[in-house]
Design a protein around this ligand. Sequence first.
Ligand code: NDP
Ligand code: HSE
Length: 448
Amino acid sequence: MIEYRTLKVALLGAGSVGSQVAKLLIDHADELAARVGAGLELIGIAVRDPDAPRRADLPRELFTTDAHSLILSADIVIELMGGIDPAREQVLLALTSGADVVTGNKALLAEHGPELFAAAEQVGAQLYYEAAVAGAIPIIRPLHDSLAGDRVQRILGIVNGTTNFILDRMDVAGDSLESALEVATELGYAERSDPSADVEGFDAAAKAAILAGLAFHTTVPLSAVHREGITDITKEQVDAARAAGYVIKLLAICERVTDGEGREGVSARVYPALVPREHPLAAVRGVHNAVFVQAAAAGDLMFYGAGAGGLQTASAVLGDVVSAARRHVVGGPGVAESTHADLPVLDVGAVRTRYQITLRVTDVPGVLSRIAAVFAAHHVSVETLTQTVARVDEAMPSESGEEAASGTATLVIGTHTAFESALAATVDALRDSDEVVTVTSVLRVEGA
Ligand code: NDP
Ligand code: HSE
């Protein structure tokens, strides 16, 4: 029988993920020891209420409310409490005392990553966070290690399961956003108290900040991530997208971009976009996540799987725990986060993409040429223009407030690639134009 040294592991939090991590550490102790070359002893679990019922059968004597003492006794600290306070303070305590930290806390990393990585570097400790983006899917390690010799150009990610579930229900089952959100809440995907982290894109924005920082070796603050959620997406937009061969997905996009002045930088943004049905991301259904990476040498790669779930996410956490433990066995300092490129994070106006704009216009001679002139005046090139409906309606007020004297037509206009700033100016001008009754929909087209 091999005698292993023992590494002490402290767990902060025993909710959906933490309880599964504790169970795996206990149930698979022998196998993990053989893989690591050291025993992993779970020395305690810090929670708010030690007597609360747990999702896994765990020894009561492991539970404590004294996180401070637990942290100071550990070689490896696993933070699965979530939120900023007291997670930030406790992760800092663990790192400054020399323990390696494993966390799944995207909000903490997106807001305080630089402070935490600096604390880790100062003492040669390591901060691991595979579970923070896309749950069980290995994406942090591929970006950090496997693609470290390549040059990542672009990442398109479906990184929020709740919103993907809602958009999928709207597409496949014909649900409205409200009823799809109700189902997502009933199934436990969306937060009951506050679904805005999911539907307003905050959760995806935190993940975009983490992915962009890692992929482009640059600090990307959460405040620099452009964010739009899915709350304005209508069933009509979903149906029109389907008819045109697209599906609407909430995407986290991280990209190297060059702005109008030739300045190179990074863009990190979250918004709902039209994705062609034949794109691999279009096939990502329900609560699943996927991250599509385009790298200069490797080409296109896609990482797919469960983006959430206690047991699924515990797999990613355990992978990090094994990495941390192996480093303790082998010795040597942690590897500092690479931010050497230090690229500017550019405003969304510097992004170039394609757009699909749906307008309701007055159906009078010459309207098409006047609408086309608005696009041309803002250097946005029209690729397709379809008049989908033409009917005689009651007179109705236009965007500029005047009464439309005749019937209306619906125009669907697809553009070539254009700067976001130019498109925004075009849409403003369309709204002011006498011919436009309503700008019904403006969506970006990604992955085409
Ligand atoms: P839960 O809300 O289910 O569990 C949180 C746990 O932390 C509870 O055990 C709670 O204790 C404990 N806790 C919270 N605040 C404190 C505090 N102030 N002091 C001590 N203990 C505290 O969270 P999840 O397991 O769902 O998520 C954990 C982390 O993993 C989060 O950062 C989340 O973003 C991330 N994550 C979660 C995923 C998922 O599918 N759930 C997927 C990917 C990442 P008590 O039980 O006593 O209340
Ligand atoms: N609320 C998140 C989601 C959980 O729906 O994907 C995982 O971060």
